[in-house]
Design a protein around this ligand. Structure first.
Ligand SMILES: Cc1cc2nc3c(=O)[nH]c(=O)nc-3n(C[C@H](O)[C@H](O)[C@H](O)COP(=O)(O)OP(=O)(O)OC[C@H]3O[C@@H](n4cnc5c(N)ncnc54)[C@H](O)[C@@H]3O)c2cc1C
Length: 480
């Protein structure tokens, strides 16, 4: 926190905190709307890409290549300064943010307008063993690691005799029956069923899939009837859903349930909710509401109906934006991509309007419905009373998300991958060894010989005697 990057000129500086859905779209739209020299835009994110999170379950199942489900910020944001760093503090009273770069020292960045779009992180409870043994599903790294773990466990299990260790390796537990949980659960079940064909030592009944949900139903975004159809579809494919059940422990990978059951598992995926990014929310002086989100107005300026925090904006999962359509939970927009993208586009328009002395507009979006993939060729879609199930819904899922992926460059990569999988089959390559990329090199690398052991020293002698002994070689050298 030693140096300060000052605002050098009078061009307004817009600082965007987070280059995910909302941050990327805000910057993208600002590039289109801003006239030359009207403002400078900077996006700060520790990651060089925006993650298309709805694809994470398909990445975990290997239906989408990991790199294709993210969007490189520097490729698509041509007029924006991309900063590889975290924002670790916001002092809006002084209009200064603390930037902690991925390399180098933290510094202070002045700004005129701040846009907070730092998203959300997995929300866990202090259940023993969860922090140490479970994995979330919010990042591309987690999705890749989940696939690697499942595939490596098939390799290990295929070499073991029947018994508890083999069962543990072939057991997957997902906690949380919301959209993300159900999607990853169904996708992994579908992947495991494909894998069995390549492992003659493993049968379908050797694999165990459990989803734990604290409420009496899954997927609150769809109707009860549709959610019951999903339960039946999962049961048909050998996946068990435990409703009205809580996880009470996960020590050493033994999942303990409120029913008294214990399920040993080597792959525990936690998808039971999210919370607004605590680093950014707690590390700043912007107003925060009861659920830990940045209090945001319907015009996407930070503040409340009564009070506007000038020069501060927020959108996406980190913000509590009133849902004027009346459909939100507790009166606020739910944390999803549908809102993040639309809020971001309006935020950019509103910000430009305010810079030009015009009035901002209020955000209004009526939920379009929900669509989920449930493994290859199966899905579910709900919009109002209309529900589609099975193959048609799966096509709708792929169609919607294929088109919603930002930029044609990225759409093509995803669509091309899907097309190839369709006629070439699922890609079963497991590259988990990238976690230890030097293992072959290290094994065979030539090393310097260890130094010869030092000569055994003569027992310590009195000082005068020692000096006499040391003088002998000198004398010998002189007489040669
Ligand atoms: C598995 C899964 C499936 C989903 N499926 C759907 C779906 O089908 N439909 C739907 O509408 N929604 C879906 N969602 C939700 C949707 O992806 C999120 O609501 C959306 O990503 C929120 O966008 P955001 O910009 O607020 O946050 P994010 O997209 O999470 O972006 C936040 C960004 O902030 C960065 N950041 C974090 N900390 C800092 C910091 N200190 N400083 C700077 N930058 C920081 C992060 O690196 C990240 O790039 C899904 C989510 C998941 C996890």
């Amino acid at each position: 926190m030693s140096n300060t990057a000052p605002v050098k000129n009078t061009v307004p500086k817009i600082l965007i905190v987070g280059g995910g859905y909302a941050g990327f779209y805000t910057a993208w739209k600002l590039e289109k709307l801003l006239r030359k020299g009207e403002a400078e835009v900077m996006v700060v994110d520790p990651l060089p890409y925006m993650t298309y999170q709805p694809f994470l379950p398909e990445v975990a199942a290997g239906s989408i290549e990991a790199r294709h489900s993210v969007v490189a910020l520097r490729r698509h944001l041509k007029r924006t300064t991309v900063v590889a760093a975290k924002v670790t503090g916001i002092n809006h009273a002084q209009k200064v943010a603390t930037i902690t770069p991925v390399a180098g020292e933290a510094y202070q960045q002045e700004y005129d307008q701040i846009v907070v779009t730092a998203g959300a992180v997995s929300r866990t409870f202090p259940i023993p063993g969860i922090a140490d043994n479970a994995i979330g599903l919010k990042t591309i790294e987690e999705a890749v690691a989940i696939r690697d773990r499942l595939m490596s466990n098939f390799d290990k299990a295929s070499m073991l005799p029947a018994g508890p260790e083999r069962d543990r390796l072939l057991t997957v537990v997902v906690v949380g029956g919301g959209f993300a949980g159900i999607e990853v659960f169904a996708e992994l079940r579908s992947l495991a069923s494909s894998l069995i064909k390549s492992y003659p030592q493993i049968t379908f009944s050797d694999t165990h899939f459990h989803l734990i949900e604290a409420m009496g139903r899954i997927m609150p975004e769809v109707s009860l009837k549709t959610s019951e159809w999903v339960l039946k579809s999962l049961a048909k494919r050998g996946a068990s859903v435990h409703l009205d059940t809580q996880v009470t422990g996960a020590v050493d990978g033994n999942i303990e349930l409120s029913t008294g059951e214990v399920i040993p598992s080597d792959l525990i995926i936690w998808t039971a909710g999210v919370m607004a990014n605590p680093t950014v929310v707690r590390g700043g002086d912007l107003p925060v509401e009861e659920r830990g989100r940045i209090r945001t107005r319907a015009d996407l300026r930070v503040g409340s109906e009564e009070e506007i925090v000038e020069g501060a904006w927020a959108a996406g999962d980190v913000s509590a934006v009133p849902d004027l359509s009346g459909g939100g939970v507790g009166g606020y927009c739910v944390p999803n991509a549908q809102h993040a993208v639309r809020q971001a586009k309006l935020l950019a328009k509103n910000l430009v309007a305010v810079l030009r002395g015009e009035l901002p507009r209020e955000y209004f979006h009526k939920n379009m419905g929900a669509v989920a993939g449930l493994g290859l060729y199966n899905g579910v879609f709900q919009s109002g009373n209309l529900a589609l199930k099975g193959f048609v819904a799966w096509v709708a899922h792929r169609g919607y998300h294929g088109l919603a992926m930002p930029s044609w460059e990225r759409k093509f990569r995803v669509l091309w991958g899907w097309w190839n999988n369709l006629w070439l089959g699922r890609d079963l390559v497991n590259l988990s060894t990238v976690q230890n990329p030097r293992y072959v090199f290290e094994e065979f690398a030539a090393r310097p010989r260890p130094a010869a052991p030092a000569a055994v020293e003569a027992p310590a002698a009195p000082a005068a005697k020692k000096a006499k002994v040391e003088s002998v070689p000198e004398k010998a050298a002189a007489t040669r």
